[in-house]
Design a protein around this ligand. Structure first.
Ligand code: PLP
Length: 427
């Protein structure tokens, strides 16, 4: 029986008994099909169980005509998240100050708890905000640093954070110590040694990008943080790409500060994010926007954003629920499976090279490919114009290639098309 028919048969058990719940409650459908057990625990399924993943695909509303392989930029939301967002938005428009400030606002503390569950930390360490840029800029601008204090960062970090640090350099005379990461790098210890070689007695902060967005390389944050801790250096981790992509707990990274964008791998509404700060460090960071206690110990001081979209914020809860139906571990396995699925089929083609390190744990969904004799934008252009496959050309420092990022809704059939397109390219 085809994967799709199998899926419909299984999910139909749900639809048959309670048709109004058909697909609108992912947890219900997943339980009915045996993909989740009654207690909410997850049945472990292999990463290539196409029945389960075709059900996940059905939960999204992505284009049937364009294959979106730039999920590294921003991810679409499953229908259940879009519906929650629209529903909350419509409530707000019935009587904004009542629904926003008296009704929806009551969801913020339960949402904080939910997010803390995903992050493996205390709710008192999570601020809900709009994106990684906001979270990381809050820390970069909020730390007390004086002229001559050193900050270690790399040329491969994200531009918004590089620019924030440059602003501190210009304004406060903080000294920026630049590293140039020799990516791809298979030897994690070499990367750790590179960071350590830049540490001096004046180093106050190290800024580490958990997953380099240009190429997909995962950096050993835990090991770098351990070395930094020995020297009393604070650690900021840019987790824009890792939360809900890989299965880990933030406190296990050993960093003091971590921010992520929930519109990436959590598939939450566009413009949603979080900032984690280790409890005892919250006092060290000044609130970026005004607050009655800007140097206080309450993480909520980072949430005085003024009027913002309550509807999109509250719909984050639906995204977390959907993420948990899939399960962090199962999602990571599937994403790695999808990356390997296409990479293994094209890696030996002459003229094709990858900007990935070889050890499996050093990359997950994202892979960046270079085609000899072609500029990245030519390759991305050809993939789109001839095959309607959307990717992104990368030209940043030492990284030049086309980044390909599948997501949980990507089918192996989509990737077969990518493989055929790459194979047909004239090198
Ligand atoms: C490594 C990294 N950090 C930060 C960001 C910024 O994310 P946002 O635009 O959601 O603030 C991105 C965005 O792609 C990123 O890749």
């Amino acid at each position: 029986m085809s994967s799709r028919r199998n899926f419909l048969r299984k999910a139909g058990m749900a639809a048959g008994s309670l048709p109004f719940l058909h697909f609108s409650d992912p947890a219900f459908a997943a339980r009915a099909a045996g993909w989740m057990d009654a207690s909410g625990g997850r049945t472990e399924l292999p990463a290539d169980d196409e029945d389960f993943w075709s059900w996940v695909r059905e939960c999204y509303t992505t284009s049937p005509n364009v294959i979106n392989l730039n999920n590294g930029g921003v991810a679409p939301q499953p229908k259940v998240v879009q519906d929650a967002h629209i529903r909350y938005y419509q409530y707000c428009n019935e009587a904004p100050s009542y629904y926003m400030w008296q009704i929806l606002d009551q969801g913020r503390e339960p949402l904080r708890e939910k997010l803390a569950g995903v992050c493996g930390c205390s709710p008192e360490e999570i601020a809900i905000n709009r994106n990684s840029t906001e979270g990381l800029n809050t820390v970069i601008f909020g730390l007390d640093l004086k002229a001559g204090d050193e900050v270690v960062l790399t040329r491969q970090d994200y531009p918004n954070m590089i620019n924030a640090w440059k602003q501190r350099e210009k304004r406060d005379k903080v000294k920026l110590v630049w590293l140039d990461l020799p990516l791809p790098e298979d030897d994690e210890e070499k990367i750790v040694r590179l960071y350590v070689s830049a540490f001096t007695a004046r180093t106050k902060v190290v800024h580490v990008t958990h997953l380099i967005n240009w190429s997909g390389q995962i950096l050993p944050v835990r090991k770098i943080a351990a070395e930094a801790k020995k020297r009393g250096i604070e650690v900021i981790a840019d987790g824009a790409h890792t939360l809900a992509h890989m299965d880990f707990r933030i406190p296990d990274l050993g960093c003091d500060y971590f921010a992520s964008s929930l519109h990436k791998w959590m598939s939450a509404p566009f413009g949603s994010g979080l900032l984690y700060i280790r409890k005892e460090k919250i006092r060290n960071v000044w609130a970026l926007l005004s607050n009655t206690e800007p140097d206080g110990p309450d993480i909520r001081k980072f949430e005085s954003l003024g009027t913002r979209s309550f509807a999109s914020e509250m719909a984050i809860g639906a995204a977390v629920d959907f993420h948990e139906v899939i399960g962090s571990q199962r999602k990571e396995k599937r994403l790695r499976f999808l990356k390997d699925y296409w990479v293994n089929q094209v890696k030996d083609i002459p003229g094709i090279s990858f900007l990935q390190s070889k050890p499996a744990h050093q990359s997950c969904a994202i892979a960046t490919i270079a085609v000899a004799g072609k500029k990245p934008e030519e390759v991305a252009g050809e993939l789109f114009s001839k095959h309607k496959i959307h990717t992104v050309a990368i030209n940043w420092e030492n990284i030049h290639g086309v980044r390909v990022t599948p997501n949980v809704y990507t089918s192996t059939r989509d990737l077969d098309k990518l493989v055929r397109a790459i194979t047909a390219m004239k090198v």
